[in-house]
Design a protein around this ligand. Structure first.
Ligand code: ZN
Length: 323
C-alpha cells in the first residue's frame, strides 16, 4: 500500500485522457510479451489506485492480459532459497565489477514493520509538492498476517543480491528493522535523488478486494508544483516501468492487474510523494494483492519472491544497459 485511501487525497487534477498509446512491448522486451499491446492507463489515479482497500469494482480488461509465455528461463529458478541478506554471487564478482559497474540503483521497500507502533509519527504531514500527505502508512497484510512491510524488504534483499552480481551499486531506503518507522515518503524520494540513482524502484503489494488479482507498475505522471517537478523523469520512468512489467510478467507468471490499468499492468499517478519528488527515473510496483487468497499464496512463497526479484532485476538491467 502506498497511501491509506482515496478519501485522504485531494481532488485530482484530471489529466487529459490520451488516446491509446500503443507500444509493442515485444520491441522493448524481446520475446517476452509478443502481442501484448500496452497503452497508457488513465492518468491522475484519483480513482485508480494502488493500495486502496476494497473499493474498486473489478474492471474489464482481463481478456487483454497476456498469458505468460511458456519456457520461463531457467534463471528464474535460481536459488529460490537464497537467504534474504545476500548470498555470494555464483560468479564470484564483487559489486562494481560487472556490466552495471558505475550504475546506482535505489530500492525502496515500502512501509516499515514498525509503522504500526508509530502511528503519530507516520501520520505527520509532509510536503509532496502538489499537497501535503502522511509521512508514511502502515501498509497492508495478508489475512494470515504476513505484512507488506516484511514482503517488501525481503524482495528488496533478493533484488539487491541480483543487481550487485551485475556490478550495480545498490542502496536501500530502509533495511531490516532500522529505522523504527518510516522513512517518510519525501525522504524515500530524497534518498534516490541524493544517490543520483540511475533507476529507483519502490516495492509494494496491494490491499485490494478478494478477487482482485495481478501486479501493476505505477508510473509518475507529469507534475510541476512546489517541490515536485517530474517532467524530466516521466519519459525514462515509463521506459523503466514497461521493462519491469514485461520481465516481471515473464518471470513470475503473475498477470497484470484485473482491477486497475485496463489489463496493461501500468498505471500513471500524480498523487504519490515518492514519485512526485523524485528527480531520478522511478516507478512503484504493486507485486500482487495481499488480500486475495491466490495472490497471497504467491506473495508468501520465498520461491515466488525470488522470481519477483528476478523479474525486477531483469527489467532494471534492461533499462540500465540501454541508457
Ligand atoms: Zn504499499
Amino acid at each position: 500500500m502506498s497511501y491509506t485511501g482515496p478519501d485522504l487525497d485531494p481532488p485530482q487534477q484530471r489529466r487529459p485522457r490520451r488516446g491509446p498509446l500503443t507500444v509493442a512491448l515485444a520491441a522493448l522486451v524481446p520475446g517476452a510479451l509478443l502481442g501484448w499491446m500496452v497503452y497508457e492507463a488513465v492518468g491522475g489515479g484519483g480513482t485508480g489506485g494502488a493500495d486502496r482497500t476494497a473499493s474498486a469494482a473489478p474492471t474489464a480488461g482481463t481478456s487483454a492480459a497476456p498469458s505468460a509465455p511458456a519456457g520461463t528461463p531457467a534463471a528464474s529458478a535460481a536459488s529460490p532459497s537464497a537467504s534474504a541478506s545476500g548470498s555470494p554471487g555464483d560468479d564470484g564478482k564483487e559489486p562494481g565489477s560487472g556490466p552495471l559497474k558505475g550504475k546506482v540503483v535505489v530500492i525502496d521497500p515500502g512501509h516499515n514493520p514498525g509503522n504500526f507502533r508509530h502511528t503519530a509519527e507516520i501520520n505527520r504531514q509532509v510536503d509532496i509538492g502538489t499537497n501535503r500527505k502522511e509521512c508514511d502508512t502502515t501498509g497492508t497484510s495478508t489475512n494470515d498476517g504476513y505484512t507488506e512491510a516484511e514482503f517488501t524488504v525481503d524482495v528488496a534483499h533478493r533484488l539487491r543480491t541480483l543487481l550487485e552480481k551485475q556490478g550495480a551499486t545498490v542502496k536501500l531506503t530502509r533495511d531490516g528493522d532500522s529505522p523504527a518507522w518510516g522513512p517518510c515518503v519525501d525522504e524515500r524520494a530524497r534518498i534516490g535523488n541524493t544517490a543520483r540513482a540511475d533507476a529507483a524502484v519502490s516495492i509494494h503489494a496491494d490491499g485490494s478486494a478478494p478477487g482482485d488479482r495481478g501486479f501493476h507498475v505505477i508510473l509518475p505522471g507529469s507534475v510541476h508544483a512546489g517541490a515536485a517537478d517530474t517532467r524530466a523523469i516521466v519519459g525514462p520512468s515509463h521506459d523503466l516501468g514497461v521493462r519491469i512489467a514485461g520481465n516481471f510478467l515473464r518471470e513470475t507468471g503473475e498477470p497484470p492487474s484485473n482491477y486497475v490499468g485496463g489489463g496493461t499492468g501500468l498505471v500513471t499517478r500524480t498523487d504519490l510523494g515518492g514519485l512526485n519528488l523524485s528527480t531520478v527515473p522511478k516507478v512503484f510496483i504493486e507485486c500482487g494483492n495481499m488480500r486475495d487468497s491466490k495472490d497471497a499464496a504467491l506473495l508468501t512463497s520465498g520461491a515466488w519472491r525470488q522470481k519477483a526479484a528476478q523479474g525486477l532485476s531483469e527489467g532494471i538491467v534492461s533499462f540500465l544497459r540501454q541508457s
